[in-house]
Design a binder for this molecule. Structure first.
Ligand code: ATP
Length: 319
């Protein structure tokens, strides 16, 4: 394989740039040309593709977002869209593609691989919701952003003696809320993967009030519901004043942490190795700090689970 392409797709995540850098530098190290695709699969279909060199990825390892930009494309989900994308790559002599993104992006990679065009997936999403890897690129940075927010809200929660609800991103996954809640000492962590009775949450708040607790912090994952509605319900049930902070898109930005940069560098480089080894339709990941790779079909058929031990511990520590 003498020419490969790389694109970012779906939602952006801090560390995607470090992954792009690793793909480009690793490929060039092996005398392979690299082409960067702008705007994900949409740009691929439109031929928005440029040759990259060592300099194209200079000074980006520390930047959030993605220099290749990302997009969502419904047209690419069609057979015609996928054939068009393959034609664009063939025109330039590109023989393999690294796709950095989430599970939706891997479905695209799966479709291209099935049509004979080898793709390797690199998990990049703040949600940490991809099976087959302990961590996804961007999760650690986002987690630290959420934690900083919890610490700040805690200052004002103590001063005003109120109950604060902090709503995190994560789509249908509770990892961000769980990790940030445990690290931030939250009283309650409400995530989609578990079912705690609403009355239990209220009872815990009331027990805290009875023993003179000045404030409470609840971390709520967006996949469970709306923070403001939860606030209203708590007020109705307990008469406790609540304030809600929806963290929103700040969770997707910022300088990637060391953890994310190292992960992105390792996964990006391994993706290139797999393409050069003639592999296709696989996703790279990390398990117990070792690099692994799995068939994309397997990844897409599995479910992501949260760490139950961590969830139980968070409850034990917030009695
Ligand atoms: P995030 O988790 O951050 O949302 P994602 O990769 O899951 O990232 P999606 O919007 O689901 O984001 O997918 C990104 C793109 O991948 C889509 O816009 C589409 O172009 C392509 N894609 C998604 N599903 C399919 C599919 N079934 N077949 C072909 N392509 C797909």
């Amino acid at each position: 394989m003498k020419k490969i392409g790389v694109l970012t797709s779906g939602g952006d995540a801090p560390g995607m740039n470090a992954a792009i850098r690793a793909v480009v530098r690793k490929a060039i190290y092996h005398d392979v040309e690299v082409y960067g695709v702008k705007y994900g699969y949409q740009g691929l279909m439109e031929g928005n593709i440029e040759k990259m060199d060592l300099g194209s990825v200079g000074d980006i390892i520390q930047r959030g977002g993605t220099i290749l930009a990302t997009a969502r494309s419904d047209e690419f989900k069609t057979d015609d869209g996928q054939h068009q994308a393959i034609e664009q790559m063939k025109k330039l002599g590109i023989e393999g593609l690294v796709v950095i993104g989430g599970d939706g992006s891997f479905r695209g990679a799966q479709k291209l691989s099935a049509k004979g065009f080898p793709c390797i997936g690199v998990p990049g999403t703040i949600d940490n919701d991809i099976p087959g890897t302990d961590f996804t690129i961007g999760f650690d940075t986002s987690l630290n952003t959420v934690l900083e927010a919890i610490d700040k809200v805690r200052d004002t929660a103590t001063s005003h003696e109120r109950t604060y609800i902090i709503e995190t991103m994560g789509r249908d996954a509770g990892d961000l809320a769980l990790w940030a809640g445990l690290a931030g000492g939250a009283e309650s962590i409400i995530i989609p993967e578990t079912t705690e009775e609403f009355s239990d949450i209220c009872n815990r708040l009331e027990r805290g009030r009875e023993r003179g607790k000045k404030h409470s912090i609840i971390v709520l994952a967006e996949g469970v519901g709306n923070g403001f509605e939860y606030g209203e319900r708590i007020k109705e049930e307990t008469n406790l004043e609540t304030r809600v902070t929806v963290l929103g898109y700040i969770q997707r930005g910022g300088t990637p942490t060391a953890q994310d940069r190292v992960l992105a560098s390792r996964l990006g480089a391994r993706a290139v190795e797999l393409l050069l080894d003639g592999k296709a339709n696989r996703m790279v990941g990390i398990k117990n700090n070792d690099l692994v790779d799995h068939e994309i079909d397997t990844i897409l058929s599995e479910k992501h689970f949260i760490n139950k031990e961590m969830y139980n511990l968070s409850k034990e520590l917030s009695i």
